[in-house]
Design a protein around this ligand. Structure first.
Ligand code: GGG
Length: 329
């Protein structure tokens, strides 16, 4: 029996979470669900975007599933703070081409490893009406830790190269440390090729040569931006899952946000949430089930019959979910 914390959050986060729970219920595994609140609606109800109770539920669970949150003016981000509270320091965002989807190329298969605890997402900002300052924290400890995750993931994925992305020509101290740490860690992995690019150049290379990347490691903000760009290469955010992994916890969420423009219309693509649940099952050691889920998603997408509007179809969220479940059982 796995104890899962379920946090739908806001907007389509709740809709794709409903799909995910529907699918998990049909698997040959036992789950107990505990529900937590977070986000904009939670703030309006409870006066906080991330109640202590939610952190408690999440930290006591075997794994956390998170939908999406809408930014609340003047309040800290619940998802950034939840990642911090759970010490899930590595944000793993796989990107791949799917048959039947309008991808830039059909041979894209890389993963972005994003540092999750510091960088410009420190949320330390201050100043007055005339000048605002945002602190960008980079430590050697967190940089070493995330580079190790990237190299180990490269070995696990049986790939050959890790690419470090930074802006050390301008951010000489902070990204100087990030880059230096990357090459120090690389010495322990002599069998793996290494390279590094400035983030601006990398933004272009992702478009001009995405097939050349295996594992990409970067700081918090750059990793966030590049992963949305990367999702755009392979059909959009509807197919972009993610896992936030630490030494004691795992939190799994679609890369997309709460999408207020389509919330309530039942047309959100559930695949990124379902693929995030597959990543959770990998984390829990249920590799056969997670592979079955990925194969089912792949099949439904490749058939091009039942798909949500983001992929050019007219099916609703639950139609796609049921089609995936049908492939599974
Ligand atoms: N699943 C990722 C997600 O919810 N992203 C939306 C996001 O970052 N919202 C801003 C916030 O929570 O402050």
């Amino acid at each position: 029996m796995y104890n899962l914390a379920i946090i739908g959050g806001d907007g389509i986060g709740n809709e794709v979470m409903e799909s995910c729970e529907y699918l998990l219920d049909k698997l040959n595994l036992e789950f107990s669900f505990k529900y937590g609140e977070a986000g904009f609606d939670c703030f309006n109800k409870n006066g906080t975007t991330l109640p202590e109770e939610t952190i408690k539920i999440a930290s006591k669970s075997d794994a956390v599933l998170f939908g999406a949150s809408t930014s609340t003016p003047g309040q800290p981000s619940p998802i950034i703070n939840l990642r911090k509270a759970l010490h899930v320091y590595a944000n793993i965002r796989p990107i791949r081409s799917y048959k039947g989807v309008n991808c830039l190329r059909d041979d894209i298969n890389f993963v972005i490893v994003r540092e999750n605890t510091e960088g410009l997402y420190s949320q330390v900002e201050y100043g007055d009406d005339e000048k605002m300052i945002a602190e960008r924290h980079i430590t050697r400890e967190a940089s070493d830790r995330i580079s190790k995750v990237a190299f180990n993931l490269c070995i696990k994925r049986e790939q050959n190269k890790v690419t470090c992305v930074h802006k050390s020509n301008v951010l000489k101290k902070t990204d100087g440390v990030f880059k230096e740490s990357f090459y120090n860690v690389a010495k322990n992995y002599p069998q793996i090729q290494t390279e590094d690019f400035y983030v601006d150049a990398m933004a272009m290379y992702l478009v001009t040569q995405p097939q050349n990347f295996d594992v990409i490691v970067s700081t918090n903000l750059f990793g966030d931006i590049l992963s949305d760009e990367s999702a755009g290469l392979v059909g959009g955010l509807g197919l972009a899952p993610s896992g936030n992994i630490g030494d004691h916890n795992g939190l799994f969420e679609p890369v997309h946000g709460s999408a207020p423009d389509i919330a309530g219309k039942n047309i959100a693509n559930p695949c990124s949430m379902i693929l995030s649940a597959a990543m959770m099952l990998d984390y829990l050691g249920e590799w056969d089930v997670s592979n079955d889920i990925r194969n089912a998603v792949e099949k439904v997408i490749a058939e091009c019959k039942i798909r949500t509007p983001d992929l050019g179809g007219d099916a609703c969220t639950m139609d796609v979910t049921k089609a995936i479940v049908k492939e599974l059982i």
